[in-house]
Ligand binder design. Sequence first.
Ligand SMILES: Nc1ncnc2c1ncn2[C@@H]1O[C@H](COP(=O)(O)OP(=O)(O)OP(=O)(O)O)[C@@H](O)[C@H]1O
Length: 880
Amino acid sequence: MTKLTPMMKQYMDLKEKYKDCILFFRLGDFYEMFFEDAILASKELEITLTGKNCGMEERAPMCGVPHHSAENYISKLVERGYKIAICEQVEDVSVSKGIVKRDVVRIITPGTVIDAHMLDEKENNYIMSIYIDESGIGIAFADISTGELKTTEFTQNKCMINLLDEIAKINPKEIIINTLTYDEYNLKAEIAAISTPYIDVFDSWAFEKAYAIKKIKNYFNILAIEGFGIDDKNHSIAAIGALLEYLQKTQKNSLSHINNISFYASDAFMILDKATRRNLELTETMRDKKRKGSLLWVLDKTNTAMGTRTLKKWVEEPLKDIHAINTRLDAVGELKENIFAREDLKELLKNIYDLERLVVRISYGNANGRDLIALKNSLEVLPKVKSILSGLNTSKLKELLSTIDVVHEVKDLIEQSIKEEPPVTIKEGGIIEACYNEELDELRSIVTNSKVWIANLENNEKTKTGIKSLKIGFNKVFGYYLEVTKSNLNLVPQTYIRKQTLSNAERYITPDLKEAEAKILGAEDKIIELEYQIFIKVREEIKQFTQTIQSTASAIASLDALISFAEISDRFGYIKPTVNNNAIIEICNGRHPVVERTMHSDMFVGNDTFLDGEENRFSIITGPNMAGKSTYMRQVALISLMAQIGCFVPAEKASIGIVDRIFTRVGASDDLAQGQSTFMVEMSELANILNNATKKSLIILDEIGRGTSTYDGLSIAWAVVEYISSNNLAARTLFATHYHELTELEGMLEGVKNYCIAVKESNDDIIFLRKIIRGSADQSYGIQVAKLAGVTDAVIERAKKILIQLEESDINNKDFVIEPQDIEEKEGNNVVCEEQISFLSNQNENIVKELQKINILDITPMDAMNHLYKLVKIAQNKGA
Ligand SMILES: Nc1ncnc2c1ncn2[C@@H]1O[C@H](COP(=O)(O)OP(=O)(O)OP(=O)(O)O)[C@@H](O)[C@H]1O
């Protein structure tokens, strides 16, 4: 018969309750894991697996991590999609019975991380809840490390596409959903293709409307949900209800920092699908997924972590509302012009800590003394920020000025209560400032006086006994003692009580000394406890200001992002675009914001653009490879997007008719992992464009139809031009192509115009002028570009001959016949070979014989390897 130890029984009960989590079970200074959790964690974390005797027949597999460094281990597991249940000692009421009560205090999942070291300060960490039924889709997402909670819903047709676009934008780390099947969609696969969140089907009852409404009311402690503007948004309500349920279930803690729901209409922003975000390299590069080389890399010169996150959100969510865009543009303009104000603000912002996340740590009860000092230092800067802002005039800056609250109550409270350099832990004292609490001051003076008394005692005893080397020391076992070296033992008075013998000294105590010690130690214990209590009280008081600090943080973040836009506009010569609701995109001397940063200033050649949705709605762009077609088209898309996020643009003049969506079909991006060929990907992206573009969209097409046979490709491309340019759609489009036949469409189709990127021929070479001009390119210059790229002369020469023959066949309407390489050329190869052989004949006649067996024009790689092997053998034998 086996009997489980009480600790193991407690563990087993909790594990039963939290089956889907790895249980981090706190024992002393360690988090221990047992059984299958231990086996898994030891493998994932590469830590030693041991065993523990726990009353069972066999020792339970066990492994553990130190409490103080647990965050690192937890973060590794969470990144890999595991859920971690943190189990702590919660009360010790039953200590008398020898049982410490433990419970799960928090579940950490990929989307519910708040711990500073586990978060990327430049990114939000979102958890998303999705509710789907036959009439629509609702989403709600929160970043619990900042307190943001947003929701939207789609009830029109195509809502699945809207959902996937939103997921691509928000990039949640974790998704809870009511179902994974919807029409013909396999949602898990669809979502995995866009982003890589941890997806879980969550309890369906949590999505039920009545339950969700009750949950929202309880959570926010309100009587009606109208105040959030979601009362008629049933899908949103369901998603929010489940999200709150999940958060409460996992966090088991006050979520008071999530104190608002913000509903947004998804069509309030420019829509960018996954392909477009990737192709325009908005936040990371296509090739290596790095920030460097992306648009964000150019635009982001923020000075606070909050500003960095806000700027990224703006880039991913361009506006469509002209007024909102203009208020940002005006503010950027004022900050650009007013260099002194901007520079001063920048310096001040550098001293502002990540208030959004700090306030959450306070709310969770995780903040330590240093966090509070960081908060105080940040708040100290705010009056100066406000004073500079009060000298500025634009409406956005005025709005930010009125939102920023210096929260002087909090600043004063911390200043008075917390020491300037407090320790990291909050349970060892040394945190609370003098003169803040009378009782604490008294206790401290007891300690100080007693210590002075002890210091005096040393001198007095020295005089009294005549032992000059007598000293008073302290250790944790005996407390305070008098130490006398062996040579002076004859001088020790009767009243000293011997306590310890060392090799060359004796240690004593006296009743007076012990009395002073008791006072000191008693007071010190009380001080530590009292300091802890005071600290918790101060932290709780600050918690009441959560909402005010959050809105101040959000205003600072916006200010930081605007200053960043102003800074790059000034530094890189950007200008203020005008935005309007007509269809005209007119750019004078526009530049690609990222490509121009990769070359010396003035090297980038600016280009003009005119698209009006009418006579000039569709530009067919031809030109040699490498001429700059892709760069040009992307620059038009990026300039439009930059204007709509409220940033100045790299151009001499720009007028942007608001764009509702940007679509791109750029280059060949294989999606083999998804089981799709290059051509399949190209065609499905094209299908997406044709199905979803509107008259207000901007479409960038780079070489449609390239991935199939020439005639199929040309036919598709031709039909695409006809369809998009027709009055049904008439979307503004830039289409780069090597199918010169398409240039015949100018004049045939309304709104289609030919452009080409100019090059100059010089002898056999081409010089890239990078200038877009009206008209079409006369040839492709592919062979010249191949030559520039270093393709062997033999291939280049042969390609030229083939090209001539192809062109002649074409002109004479003959079938394509490529004549074989002439004899001379073939012999030429042999001549080279003969020369080599005659050189080698001097080296070794066996090698020559071997070489003569080889027909260099008819040899497979395998044959070549065999011959090489034989030659090496011959050479080795000769050497031997
Ligand atoms: N306006 C410009 N000024 C200076 N350099 C430019 C400009 N446009 C493009 N370039 C340079 O030329 C290179 C090639 O440009 P891009 O890829 O746009 O050519 P392309 O015509 O699309 O070529 P392909 O048809 O082979 O795809 C760019 O990487 C950039 O370095």
